[in-house]
Write a new protein. Structure first.
Length: 178
């Protein structure tokens, strides 16, 4: 049954277990509490579609997935993407810091840009994927910086670079479920 929330996610009930099937372009993921149910779902799908079994999921959309069945946890990491982003913006050797923003920092709204707005927008935009994927702690800071994309100044640029320095310190952290 296709979900209403996301038309690329399907739920299939097998032997009392809800199996979740995710689709993205030509990739598919199967999630279930029972390995036997996953194998049954794969077999049923292979009867209708040409498929290649690539085994347990490792990478999807640039996110590394680690499943620890013994602990019952699922960990997501974007370390590779974050390191590539840091490299792209020349921040891979920056001094790491422990918070993405200064406490009580209030950025002033400007009437015209004082730094290159396009560069600021691109750099800020590159942080949205980690924020949505594995670094939800960036949400407040990125939202605050986003209010200044039309007219950024040196203080905004400095605050943006601070986020990159924070990512440098936290790039190996994982979002763990379970």
């Amino acid at each position: 049954m296709q979900t209403e929330a996301d038309h690329a996610i399907f739920i299939h009930e097998t032997d009392g277990f809800p199996d979740i099937i995710t689709l993205y372009v030509d990739d598919m993921g199967l999630i279930s509490e029972s390995l036997e149910c996953i194998l049954q779902d794969k077999e049923a799908l292979c009867k209708h579609y040409q498929m290649t079994n690539l085994g347990e999921m490792g990478w999807i959309l640039g996110i590394w997935i680690t499943c620890d069945c013994e602990k019952g946890t699922l960990a997501l990491s974007q370390e590779k993407f974050i390191n590539e982003t840091l490299e792209h913006y020349g921040m891979s050797n920056s001094h790491p810091i422990s918070t993405p923003a200064l406490p009580n920092e209030h950025l002033v709204k400007l009437s015209s840009p004082e730094v290159d707005a396009k560069s600021y927008q691109h750099a800020l935009g590159s942080l949205i994927y980690p924020m949505l994927g594995t670094q939800p702690d960036l949400g407040y800071t990125i939202t605050a910086l986003g209010r200044h994309t039309a007219n950024p100044g040196p203080d905004h640029q400095y605050a943006l670079e601070r986020v990159f320095r924070y990512l440098r310190a936290t790039c190996d952290q994982q979002l763990v479920f379970g």
